[in-house]
Design a protein around this ligand. Structure first.
Ligand SMILES: C[S@@+](CC[C@H](N)C(=O)[O-])C[C@H]1O[C@@H](n2cnc3c(N)ncnc32)[C@H](O)[C@@H]1O
Length: 306
């Protein structure tokens, strides 16, 4: 294990927060794959649909229409999305409490009420967070709102993990020689089978230091009515990010070579629930989630371990 991350976060870098490529630049520059979202309020968009389902304010009529149709199909989906967000918050707080101080949030989404840096910097004010998203709307909102020390916003696509990890925006804040936490919550289902999401996780494992963790959640097919799944998939087909819900076995396979921590890959509301946490019934729109050691065998268990 190498030494700790540098003491104290550097001040917020305006250029880090504004270095996102404009919508027109991303895909054409080759930095973002063709077909990634561009700002278009007339087309439903995954980040804005999620914001609508979470009860946020950053969405347009086509997003509300798509979100409304998802609610018609899966009446408990809003509770499910809230439970997913609460899982992310519990997992990030748990890892910060165990000494992790560097977080890479892939597919971070539109800023919401408790963002990852607010959760982990409440535990350790020196913790650093790099938010990554391929959607220029997310980047623009993040630039405006997430301007805090130790925080950066990177316009990147998780299907290009090396570009993300080699970005100076990231390496200026995060020492990849030490354990980091990759947050991949509610995002790998936007990577199709033909894009090999397991290879993305494998590449992160190859690049990141022993002791690194991945927080994952994923739309899960198990127990879902096939008609509801088909309708949900059809709604996302009209966005730049088609969705691929997977079975728990398929999601586990994405983590091949990783070692899941207890309690494993479980329904998100069952992952280390707070003692007073109400159990929301999310039976018709499942997310499963968990935390895994990216390196299965013999890796240090946390930054605090020798
Ligand atoms: C459902 S939101 C999840 C937000 C947050 N992770 C959470 O769980 O609360 C999914 C986000 O992933 C982003 N996304 C989808 N595919 C992506 C990709 N290939 N690379 C980077 N971001 C992606 C979307 O733009 C969107 O903001």
């Amino acid at each position: 294990m190498t030494g700790p991350q540098p003491a104290g976060p550097p001040p917020a870098r305006p250029d880090a927060l504004t270095s996102a490529a404009p919508a027109s630049e991303g895909a054409s520059s080759g930095r973002i794959p063709a077909g990634s979202p561009v700002f278009d309020p007339t087309v439903p968009n995954a980040a804005r649909i999620y914001d609508y389902l979470l009860g946020g304010k950053d969405h347009f009529p086509p997003d509300r229409d798509a979100g409304g149709r998802l609610v018609d199909t899966m009446p408990l989906i809003k509770a499910s999305v809230r439970a997913n967000r609460e899982f992310l918050i519990r997992a990030a707080g748990d890892l910060a409490g165990r000494g992790y101080d560097a977080f890479i949030d892939l597919g971070s989404g539109l800023p919401t009420q408790r963002n990852v840096h607010q959760v982990v910097q409440a535990v350790n004010p020196d913790a650093r967070v790099v938010y990554v998203d391929h959607d220029p709307t997310v980047i623009a909102h993040g630039r405006a709102i997430l301007n805090a020390p130790g925080v950066a916003m990177l316009h990147g696509d998780l299907r290009q993990p090396d570009r993300i990890l080699d970005s100076p925006i990231l390496t200026e804040l995060i020492d990849l020689g030490r354990p980091v936490v990759v947050v991949a919550v509610a995002v790998l289902h936007f990577v199709g089978d033909h894009e090999d999401p397991g290879a993305i996780v494998a590449r992160l494992r190859a690049r990141l230091a022993p002791g690194s963790r991945i927080v994952i959640s994923h739309a899960c097919l198990d127990g879902m009515a096939p008609e509801a799944v088909a309708k949900g998939v059809a709604i996302y087909r009209n966005t730049a990010t088609p969705i691929t819900p997977r079975s728990r076995a398929e999601i586990s396979a994405l983590l091949a070579g990783c070692e899941l921590e207890e309690p494993g890959l479980v329904e998100v509301s069952d992952w280390k629930p707070e003692p007073d946490q109400p159990h929301e019934d999310i039976g018709d729109a499942r997310f499963v989630g968990g935390v895994a050691d990216l390196h299965a065998y013999g890796a240090p268990k946390s930054p605090a371990d020798p």
